[in-house]
Design a protein around this ligand. Sequence first.
Ligand SMILES: CC(C)[C@H](C(=O)O)[C@@H](O)C(=O)O
Ligand code: SF4
Length: 413
Amino acid sequence: MSTISEKIFSRAAGKEVKANDFVIADVDYAMAHDGTSVLAVRSFKEMEIDKVWNPERIVIPFDHLTPANTDTTAALQADIRGWIKEQNIKNFFDVGEGICHQLMPEKGFALPGKLVVGADSHTCTYGAFGAFGTGVGATDMSEIFASGKLWFRVPESIRITAEGKLDKNVSAKDLTLKIIGTLGVAGATYKAAEFYGNTIEDLSMAGRMTLCNMAIEMGAKTGIVPPDKTTFDYLKERAVEEYEPLYADEDASYAEEYHFDAGELEPQVACPHNVDNVHNISDIPATRIDQAFIGTCTNGRLEDLEAAADILRGEKVAVRTIVVPASREVLIEAVRKGVIETLLEAGAIIGSPGCGPCLGGHMGVIGKGEVCISTANRNFKGRMGTGGYIYLASPATAAASAITGEITSPADI
Ligand SMILES: CC(C)[C@H](C(=O)O)[C@@H](O)C(=O)O
Ligand code: SF4
């Protein structure tokens, strides 16, 4: 009678465990990026241990402030490159390779049944593959660097079911926003959200990643989609090792259950300054925008860029429109398919793969009083620049809004 999380932790702890048990678990893969590796490495060095537990199980992508925005950032990144070399860490992805949460799946580290821990809150994205992916702080990460282990309280699980066929103007992002708007930012605190139903089964890997990526925005420890053929097909040429998918038992126990009728859904928007301030787009009063941003670990994948290009084809944007592909692979594919050409012809700017302006570091920070419609996962006050306003939406809605200069449903283009 176990949930997926209980099964993954039982394997990783080497004994049968249940929700709320405290365990010391073996971590399968550990990830830290340019931002958090600085602190994790500092804390690792303080432990005075020479070598990391296993260089092959540590993955370090540089994505947050890349290419470096200041000389301070450049110096910090140079230090980490030195440490990576010293520790013989081969899974290092330097400037321009992409966002950590895109690279972990693309490079085959996010695998069904594995425990994958990252020094970044959106590590929950890997639940899209049936992994238990979760974020920790940098000092916890240094502990993993040293021992390959970390303590956890096994989370209770909630079961979220979505049924129905999504309208053509509605995507995984809209469903995700609807779920967060309904449960609230603390609605799933420290729980693992398992996703079921034919709407979820019909989602591509990109859509499932969008969904699990935002599990943390309702407080969840992770979000998990049971692996199926879609998962296995994606992983076929990518998985770095064998894996064993784990599924919940029929009579597994859930703290709560929720049901969504996805067939009825219209495009959703999260208004400033909270992710759960979600409304049907038709209920939002006319809102002018200064910028549109399409990218991030939530919505910077090929399918997202294609959705934007489908709206922007033959049109011209009315506001600054920044598109940042989630990875080099996404960018190459988007070039091959003519997606980038369509976006450029419409007047968009293409940034180098990485986080871009998502957390307000560079490449599209907004000024006081400015409004940005963004495909990211957070709209907190000041996140993209002090005094700015962020509305979260799907790539199609962001593209439609870029054309009109105000928040617009893709159905109206
Ligand atoms: C910089 C990093 C610690 C942070 C996170 O953990 O989420 C960032 O990726 C974010 O999205 O705010
Ligand atoms: S794209 Fe945004 S949310 Fe994702 S890891 Fe980067 S900063 Fe965090």
